[in-house]
Design a protein around this ligand. Structure first.
Ligand SMILES: Cc1cc2nc3c(=O)[nH]c(=O)nc-3n(C[C@H](O)[C@H](O)[C@H](O)COP(=O)(O)OP(=O)(O)OC[C@H]3O[C@@H](n4cnc5c(N)ncnc54)[C@H](O)[C@@H]3O)c2cc1C
Length: 417
């Protein structure tokens, strides 16, 4: 296998972890990115590696809840009205999946991927000593209202019975003792001890250094425009910087993947789901644990070297402007829950395009049109969490080994059904 040159298009967490397991299996790897390495959606996300997130976005009642929250003007969720047929078709399919049967199907797939990925991360980060502020502290789902806190008990019972994913309830009095950074008078919280978190840009930098020491090449500011093929065999890619010849190709282009539709002979159902984060120095009264303010859908990440507030989901196409209102919303939401919600100076105001599929599941498979091209994209809100398992599965699929997780749930066949 050592003579195999594998070209990976996309230097986000997915492409990088494909590179990690491929080099481990003896491939020579080149990672090509249209921009700077690791500078897109994988850079300043919330850093959760979260088996707790077993339930997909496509859940019963989600459409109604989201539309209702959009009328408040302060919603973390926004859909720009559109006549774009591709986007309308995506929303139609998304809406059709918001029922119990499809939610449970996706949850079953995500559960196995998430559990396996967490274990792989432990082996990788602890085994290699990667410096990325890795912590296995768990995660809090915090509720403002007692009613919403109590309602979550039904979901917790269901996820613990079906998937063995269960959280511990903490009422208002217990909560302030458990996490003194929170204000008094909140509804309560659910604590998941299964989750971990890290600083994503540090993980990417650590992986790059290790990959380079294994002989991997990184080509930045190099956009792949075309696949160069002879029938079903691709022999290279044509980029803005010239041709790159290879034996195998992995397309890990996140939210940009549909721009390669014609080349891949596919209609990739990915829409960019824009989210924001603010990174700043740690407050004096910094939360001990990462936490999500469930009613406001805002996430907090305490890191050794900083502190991050992130969230929001905007479907506004490939709009790369920063919406100040959304950033202010992050701060205002944090004020409701935390004694010291943010600090100055804000070191980074960031957005990323999550690669959203209509069924909440990623696409990990060989591209049917070609014998030597694989796709690893569409990781929705869980791309960091699912990075390790994706890299491992792609490597096993390429090497014709049995994948660590059954790949049928994430295959491309579902697109033609
Ligand atoms: C606010 C926010 C918080 C989040 N928090 C979490 C979290 O806590 N945990 C979690 O698991 N997930 C989280 N996510 C989701 C996660 O960030 C994404 O799912 C993940 O980063 C997707 O990784 P990727 O490698 O597929 O995409 P990207 O990181 O976007 O990488 C794709 C790369 O492909 C390159 N590319 C595209 N087209 C081409 C081309 N033609 N040629 C060459 N290069 C190309 C791009 O430049 C880019 O660098 C969050 C997202 C947001 C926005």
């Amino acid at each position: 296998m050592s003579s195999q040159h594998t070209v990976i298009v996309g230097g986000g967490i997915i492409g990088t972890l494909c590179g990690w397991y491929l080099t481990e299996a003896g491939h020579r790897v080149t990672i090509v990115d249209r921009g700077a390495f690791g500078a897109a959606c994988s850079k300043s996300n919330c850093g959760y590696v979260s088996p707790s997130h077993v339930l997909p976005l496509t859940a019963p009642g989600v459409i109604w809840k989201s539309l209702k929250s959009m009328t408040s003007g302060d919603s973390p969720f926004y859909v720009k009205p559109t006549l774009n047929l591709q986007r309308l078709g995506w929303f139609f399919k998304f809406a059709r999946r918001c029922n119990e049967r499809d939610m449970l199907e996706a949850a079953g797939v995500l559960h196995e991927l998430l559990q396996t990925s967490k274990q792989l991360y432990e082996d990788l980060i602890e085994g290699e000593g990667l410096e990325c502020e890795w912590r296995k502290d768990g995660l809090l789902f915090v509720y403002k209202s007692v009613h919403e806190f109590e309602e979550y008990a039904k979901v917790n019972q269901m996820t613990s019975e079906r998937f063995g994913v269960s959280a511990k309830p903490l009422d208002a009095a217990e909560l302030v003792k458990f996490e003194p950074a929170l204000r008094e008078g909140l509804g309560g919280a659910w604590f998941f001890d299964c989750d971990a978190h890290l600083r994503p840009d540090r993980l990417l930098a650590a992986l790059r250094a290790k990959l380079e020491s294994r002989g991997a090449t990184f080509l930045e500011n190099t956009e792949v425009k075309e696949l160069i093929n002879e029938g079903s065999h691709v022999r290279g890619v044509r980029t803005t910087m010239g041709e790159i010849i290879g034996d195998r190709f992995v397309v890990a282009t996140g939210a940009w993947t549909p721009f390669l539709n014609q080349q891949l002979g596919l209609k990739i159902p990915i829409q960019p789901g824009k989210g924001y984060s603010l990174t700043m120095p740690r407050p004096q009264n910094c939360p001990r644990l990462p936490m999500i303010f469930e009613e406001h859908r805002v996430a907090i990440t305490p890191m050794d070297s900083g502190y991050r507030i992130g969230s929001t989901m905007e479907f506004v196409g490939y709009d790369d402007s920063i919406n100040e209102r959304r950033l202010n919303l992050l701060k205002r939401s944090a004020e409701i829950y935390l004694r010291e919600p943010y600090t100055e100076p804000i070191e980074e105001r960031w957005f990323g395009w999550r690669p959203m599929t209509w069924d909440s599941k990623p696409l990990i498979d060989r591209v049917p049109k070609f014998s030597n091209v694989w796709l690893a994209a569409g990781h929705n809100m869980l791309g960091l969490s699912l990075g390790a398992v994706t890299g491992k599965m792609i490597t096993q699929l390429i090497n014709q080994e049995t994948p660590i997780v059954d790949p049928r749930g994430v295959g491309l066949a579902r697109l033609s059904r």
